[in-house]
Structures are given as C-alpha cells and as structure tokens.
Ligand binder design. Structure first.
Ligand code: CU
Length: 112
C-alpha cells in the first residue's frame, strides 16, 4: 500500500514538472495570429512583429475573389468574397505577396 502511494507521488512530481516546462516554453514562443484585411482591391497594412511559426490570416472583405500568393511559392491562398484563409509562416525574411487576379495588389510581409 505504501509503495503504491510512493509511486503515485513520483508520478505527481513528474506531471508537475511537465506543466512547468510547458508553461515556460509557451510564454517564450507562443505563436500569434495576425490579421490582414483585404478591401477595396487592396491588402491592408502588413502586420508588424510577425515571427516564424505565427499565423497570418487574410480576411477578404471585398466583393471580389482575391488571392494572397507568396512570390517565393511558400503559400497561395485563394479567397472567395467574404471569406478568409490563413497560413503559418515558416521562415524569416521578407515575403512579397500579390494577388494572382489583380497583380497591382501587393504586400511585403516581413517575418522575423
Ligand atoms: Cu485580387
């Protein structure tokens, strides 16, 4: 009986350790979601402070279909009017984004 209780206590300590590690690492690297609104045939301002692992969500509030297409091929989001789509950015640098249907629509997305 006491051996079982001792074993249970050890398991509790291990579990507490895991919780601590998880809390610390998520505080340091918690991914964020950044929103870019597309309206009036244009991308809204590029979000600041985007880091590798974050999500960029494009919200198409326009009445036209648009894409958010990365020139480096890392993503290609195709959005019907009044829909949204998102991507997780995987590498640092500046990604030039454009719309395949309206090449005048451009955005420079900086990922740290
Ligand atoms: Cu477009």
């Amino acid at each position: 009986m006491s051996a079982r209780r001792g074993f249970g206590f050890a398991r509790l300590l291990i579990a507490a350790g895991w919780v601590t590690v998880a809390a610390v690492s998520s505080a340091a690297t918690a991914p964020k979601v950044h929103t870019v609104v597309i309206a009036d045939m244009a991308f809204g301002p590029a979000p600041a402070d985007v880091h590798v692992g974050d999500t960029v969500r494009y919200v198409n509030k326009d009445m036209f279909r648009h894409t958010a297409t990365a020139r480096d091929g890392s993503f290609d989001l195709d959005m019907q009017p009044k829909t949204s789509a998102e991507t997780v950015v995987k590498k640092a640098g500046t990604i030039n984004v454009y719309c395949r249907f309206h090449p005048g629509m451009k955005q420079a997305l900086t990922v740290k």
